[in-house]
Design a protein around this ligand. Structure first.
Ligand code: B12
Length: 289
């Protein structure tokens, strides 16, 4: 759409009969509108925004609550199956369901996605970016703690469901755990699923695992790789001595953003879980030769 075909907030307001204040509130609260910016930084709205405002008005007139109306009004765009816009549309649809605590609908969306796209692309283009979006909105105070907890627990449950049986097979064994005190395990879980899709066998200990307990599990599992992850450096730094010891017995990798700042001689996996799964696959193949 050319810039001249785009509308400013005042023009969108005139066209729809909705005040600029209310339009801004819908944009902020429900992400009903997705403006681009002009060279001068002004918000510019497209015909898709106009359609969503009109849909919102229809649903409100039918007596729906604003959050429900917004969730439905954002739906039609999701039917756009263009490869370049589908992940953003899927994230928006997922968000519309999760932000009004509609778990059944979120599962339907995920079912549809799983039927239509690879797990790699769902992880990299929908789940991980969506978690970032939730986090950013939570930081700005636009998403409540309840909404953030609900969204992450539904997604976590779903990812764990996909993990069933991921320890089977003949591929290299990987033992995965979060560092002691670390409760963020979604990146690690995504990494495990991406590894599984590449034939690895996964043994998952999850959040907040003492390093001596990881070592105990490793004695039983006899993994080819042990991965300990953390979002910040602190949990890894605090456990550095024990992790160094673990690295003497096993091929140790540190994962997650926290690993970037910790130097204990282990391989660090700080990027996207799918890309890092590719890196570990290459490494495992090199080892096998
Ligand atoms: C969900 C969430 C939670 C959930 C976690 C649920 C769970 N089971 O994971 C709960 C509610 C438990 C939680 C708690 C807390 N959280 Co929190 N949380 C988040 C949130 C919204 C999403 C995190 C997430 O899963 N992201 C998706 C992952 C995949 O993305 P990522 O972490 O950026 O990781 C990237 C890479 O590092 C890589 N990756 C990540 N892990 C791994 C692992 C491996 C092996 C590999 C290869 C790659 C990899 O993948 C990503 C893409 O590149 C973020 C917001 C954000 N912006 O991320 C805050 C965030 C991580 N939390 C934060 C904080 C401060 C906390 C608390 C201290 C809050 C509190 N006051 O209680 C506690 C700490 C709990 C603890 N002891 O660990 C901060 C961390 C700030 C910092 N950098 O210091 C963040 C960034 C929010 C913020 N901006 O303040 N949180």
């Amino acid at each position: 759409m050319s810039e001249s075909a785009l509308l400013r907030i005042g023009e969108l307001s005139k066209r729809s009969g909705v005040s600029p204040e209310l339009l801004r509130a819908w944009e902020r609260r429900y992400r009903l509108l997705e403006p681009t910016r002009s060279a001068g930084g002004l918000r510019l709205y497209s015909s898709a925004d106009v359609q969503r405002v009109q849909a919102m008005q229809r649903y409100l007139a039918e007596g729906l609550a604003a959050a429900e109306a917004a969730a439905l009004a954002t739906r039609p765009l999701v039917e756009d199956r263009d490869a370049s816009t589908a992940p953003a549309a899927a994230r928006r649809e997922l968000d519309a369901a999760l932000s009004v605590f509609d778990e059944a609908r979120a599962h339907r969306i995920l079912d549809e996605l799983l039927g239509a796209a690879t797990l790699d692309s769902i992880l990299s283009e929908v789940v991980v970016p969506y978690l970032h979006e939730v986090g950013e909105r939570w930081e700005r105070g636009e998403t409540s703690v309840a909404q953030e907890h609900f969204a992450t627990s539904v997604l976590r449950g779903r990812l764990l469901g996909l993990a069933r049986g991921w320890d089977r097979g003949l591929g290299p064994r990987v033992l995965l755990a979060c560092a002691p005190g670390e409760r963020h395990d979604l990146g690690l879980l995504a990494f495990g699923l991406a590894l599984r899709a590449r034939g690895f066998r996964i043994f998952y200990l999850g959040a907040d695992t003492p390093v001596d307990s990881v070592a105990g599990a490793a004695r039983v599992v006899k993994p080819d790789f042990v991965v300990v992850s953390a979002v910040t450096a602190e949990p890894l730094r605090s456990a550095a001595r024990e992790l160094r010891e673990l690295a003497r017995h096993y091929r140790l990798c540190l994962g997650g953003a926290g690993a970037a700042e910790v130097e204990i001689g282990a391989l660090t996996l700080t990027g996207d879980p799918v890309e890092e799964a590719d890196r570990l696959t290459t490494l495992a193949r090199t080892d096998a030769r």
